[in-house]
Design a protein around this ligand. Structure first.
Ligand code: MN
Length: 237
């Protein structure tokens, strides 16, 4: 968003995520993947695919870019009494995708880097929406619903498959899973997104959460980690 002389008010600031080693990553869009770990799909009452051949198409939803929060303090949102944590791998897209559908084997070239984030969810509103077949926006796309850690450039992140995602709340382990458990891996998700949207530099993808989602209370301290290479710590205010 650039300032133009005829803007009727100052253009909103683009949300930015700090990058390890310096610089910042301006955020364009936030895509999220639902049901990307079988154990979480089951805990939410959905059926998990028995094999890759049976997995169908991924579930996508979005958050607004200004849902990003990098500070250590995250506001408890209004209109819920059941705020849930979902720890997730976050993929940062650093290049515009070529026109058309992105082949799986070319997807990796778009990735700038990785970090960990929380897909904060008003679970009560989501359950009500699901029951009525209504959209998830109020459950997922609220202010400060996307806490995110410092971005780790690709070269420093190494191979993802062997990495383990964890979330501790008040020192207690709540969620833990190896990324090898992802139903759809990063190149596959970027390929699937490119069938629906034009992927651009600045896009973030929250890759879905493993089992163990649960409520956060005001004052809770959270610590998310991708094997220690990327971390996110903060408090629910
Ligand atoms: Mn999620």
């Amino acid at each position: 968003m650039t300032d133009a002389p005829d803007d009727v008010f100052p253009a909103p600031t683009v949300p930015r995520v700090p990058v390890r080693g310096g610089g910042s990553f301006p955020v364009r869009r936030i895509y999220c993947v639902g049901r990307n770990f079988a154990d979480h799909a089951r805990e939410m009452g959905a059926t998990a695919p028995a094999s890759k051949a049976e997995r169908g198409t991924p579930v996508f939803f979005m958050k607004p870019a200004d849902a990003i929060v990098t500070g250590p303090s995250v506001a408890y949102p209004p209109a819920t009494s059941d705020l849930h944590h979902e720890v997730e791998l976050v993929v940062a897209v650093g290049h515009d995708a070529p026109a058309g559908v992105l082949p799986v084997e070319q997807a990796h070239a778009l990735v700038f880097g990785y970090t960990v984030g929380l897909d904060l969810t008003r679970r009560d509103l989501q359950a009500a929406a699901k029951a009525k077949g209504l959209p998830w926006d109020t459950a997922k796309g609220f202010d400060q619903s996307a806490p995110i850690g410092e971005l780790v450039p690709l070269a420093d992140a190494g191979a993802l498959d062997a990495r383990v995602l964890t979330l501790h709340v008040n020192g207690e382990l709540r969620q833990r899973a190896p990324l090898s458990d992802l139903i759809w891996d990063v190149p596959e998700i970027l390929h699937e997104l490119s069938r629906l949207y034009a992927l651009r530099a600045g896009d973030l993808v929250y890759m879905g959460t493993p089992a163990g989602v649960a409520a956060l209370q005001r004052g809770d301290r959270f610590e998310a980690s991708l094997d220690g290479i990327a971390t996110l710590a903060g408090t629910i205010a």
